[in-house]
Design a protein around this ligand. Sequence first.
Ligand SMILES: O=C(O)CCC(=O)C(=O)O
Length: 289
Amino acid sequence: MGNYLSLLSPNNQGNQEKQATQQNKTKEEIQNEFNQNGYILLKNFFSEEEAEQITEIANELENWNEEPFKWMIYFENKLNNDNSKFKSRIENFLNYHPLLQKIFKEKINSLVNEITLKDLVLFKEKMNWKNPKGKGFKPHQDQPAWTDFKPSKYYTLALFANNTTIENGCLEFGTQKNKERINTLLDYEKNGTGELTEEVVSQLDWKYVETTPRDVLIFDSYIPHRSGDNTTDNSRRIFYFTFNDREEGEYYDAYLVKKREEFPPDIERVYMKEVSLLGNKYNLANPIE
Ligand SMILES: O=C(O)CCC(=O)C(=O)O
């Protein structure tokens, strides 16, 4: 583990305020930056070795076959619409991957708690592939996707299984020009894709966030974000672990039940009612078919 966790860990409390990270920020400065912007990038949080493990886990998931009522794999059509589909997203894999579970328990959950200063519990996890010619995500906030559940806010921690770049469709975050933290829902297309209105999009300051597998990114469910198409020949993979405040309840299992009802993975669709893709908040602003 790089500098951050030792900086943030309780057994280092004596000198943690003075100790600098690779970004020369104290723990308090990191927490303040997250509170101010609604997102924070921690550069080089992981060692080279750990970054390789993350990449290797993504490689393994890539080879998992579809299995009904286990992990959930979703597909999208290629950009050139040649009728071929590729894997676009996998959800509900944490409980089937012991090494990832270990990393989650030892590092991920504690880190997100320390940055947000909350006792957070996992709500859901996913990995988005964005293969070569994979499509981007339209500008949106995450909160409207999860309003079937009680939490007033969610926090997502992202891990990167590739370098993410402007060319392969890295994440972009929008903040208000007056620098005020966005803590409410902005105007979005309620009957369509969940996309923020053009007016809202044009009023925000958009910043690309390019990353490597050594980095960690944390963002909340009100920060507007989007990503471009992958115009390169390599895939761009990001893990997302989404949490909510334990005080607002635990919904991990309930979310999976609801998602399976509303937007089941392809392999389960034969068992389910017809799936509506358009205006489905379980498919908010994303390219999944
Ligand atoms: O992976 C991406 O490019 C964006 C993902 C995203 O915004 C989402 O899944 O809500």
